[in-house]
Design a protein around this ligand. Structure first.
Ligand code: SPD
Length: 409
């Protein structure tokens, strides 16, 4: 994520009431903006009022400090049948997982208004879909959740006469274990789930899940864990030397005891403000997805990221269309659009995850600093200690129970 993108993100958080004006000013100062630049920025976003209510989002990008990303310079491709386009599309996505201006670009080019709802975990997505949520067209499940949704017969086969931009995807990211023919899924972003910490506050080098699960006294109430049962229980299992997909009662009892012992040191289980807590200093160590690290590091350069020596999750999130989607054709067009190299480049630079879009990488549409960061694109030797989460079927109930017990203890 570029500095401009980090500034735009902070402004958006302020405008949507997720950050006070004071916090915003302190974060912008930390990013190196002078007080006069901040004053200009705030007035461009709706004046110097102390209100942190929503203002026009486009205002956030109208100043020099938040250079507006280039518009997408293409029209509707020949292979899209305009007469089949709906007027609207409903996108169900993880929070903070798309550069918001891209939804406006899709509307400008195709005349389709995209409404986005968000979730914070695969389990949240599944619970909402299985609980009868309707109306969604495009969703973004991770690997093992694609397996579950295929099993539940909830996904629509993709139409590659429209999703031509599949050709931009790196073959290494295609034909994944959970959908070997990419019948139902196109890779969106991928990454790992390690931990980040502030090297200014923690001087010694951390390299193990032990540092997370048996924390030093300085980390009391200073640790944030993802609010994600497969990730957190999985990390405890790996710390104990088990596979991330282990389901035996013995292993799960041990994992529970690791998590219970860690709990007094945990400030929060959250998957939507872990970055902010780490940047603000309220947390000194946080269980993170790679993009959270990039976002945090761009705001505070002393924040680093660790893929623990015991290993961690590698994951891939995917664009899928629901069988129940009311606007299936438009959903295919939207997936095609998201994989245009210039769209993926803009998106990747903003959200900070590893991109499967080889064309965007080769056309240098992604920031070099991210492409060259081994924490984002791990080298081959690190891959040996990465594990994919798999669908564990009925044993999911054991994870659900354990997770509730830990969180409510
Ligand atoms: N803020 C968006 C985060 C998306 C992360 N998805 C990763 C899931 C890994 N289990």
């Amino acid at each position: 994520m570029t500095r401009s993108a980090a500034i735009a993100r902070l402004l958006r958080q302020w405008q949507t009431g997720r950050m006070t004006r004071r916090e915003l000013i302190s974060r912008l100062t930390a990013l190196g903006l002078s007080m006069s630049a901040i004053t200009a920025l705030l007035s461009a976003c709706g004046g110097s009022s102390s209100s942190n209510q929503s203002n026009s989002a486009s205002g956030t990008q109208s100043t020099e400090a938040t250079a507006k990303p280039s518009p997408i310079a293409r029209g509707i491709p020949d292979y899209v049948d305009k007469t089949k386009l709906a007027k609207e599309l409903n996108f169900f996505n993880w929070s903070d997982y798309i550069e918001p201006g891209l939804l406006d670009e899709f509307e400008r080019i195709f005349g389709v208004k995209v409404t986005q709802d968000t979730y914070d975990s695969n389990e949240d997505l599944l619970a909402k879909l299985q609980g009868g949520a309707t109306g969604y067209d495009v969703i973004v499940p991770s690997d093992y959740t694609v397996s579950i949704l295929i099993k539940l017969n909830m996904l629509e086969p993709l139409d590659y006469s429209v999703i031509k931009s599949i050709s931009n995807i790196d073959p290494n990211n295609l034909k994944p274990y959970y959908d070997p023919e990419n019948k139902y899924s196109v890779p969106y972003m991928w990454g790992t789930s390690g931990f980040g910490y502030n090297t200014e506050a923690i001087k010694q080098e951390l390299s193990s899940w032990k540092d997370v699960f048996e924390p030093q006294p300085a980390l009391q109430k200073k640790i944030v864990m993802l609010n994600d049962e497969r990730e957190v229980i999985g990390a405890a299992l790996m710390y104990l030397g088990y596979s991330i997909n282990e389901t035996s009662d013995e292993a799960l009892a041990k994992a529970k005891s690791v998590l219970m012992q860690q709990k007094p040191a945990v400030l929060a289980y959250t998957s939507n403000n872990q970055t902010d807590l780490l940047v603000s200093g309220e947390a000194l160590l946080a269980h993170l997805w790679t993009g959270n690290y990039i976002q945090a590091h761009n705001q505070k350069s002393t924040i680093t990221y660790v893929i623990p020596k015991e290993g961690c999750t590698v994951w891939q999130d995917n664009l899928c269309v629901l069988k129940s989607a009311p606007h299936k054709y438009t959903a295919m067009v939207f997936i095609d659009f998201l994989n245009w190299p210039e769209v993926n480049g803009r998106n990747t630079n903003y959200i900070g995850y590893a991109s499967p879009n080889k064309a965007a990488r080769e056309q240098k549409l992604i920031d070099e600093s991210m492409l060259n960061d081994p924490k984002v694109y791990p080298p081959q030797d690190v891959w040996q200690r990465l594990q994919w989460i798999k669908d564990i079927g009925e044993a999911t109930q054991k994870f659900d129970r354990l997770w509730t017990e830990v969180k409510t203890a």
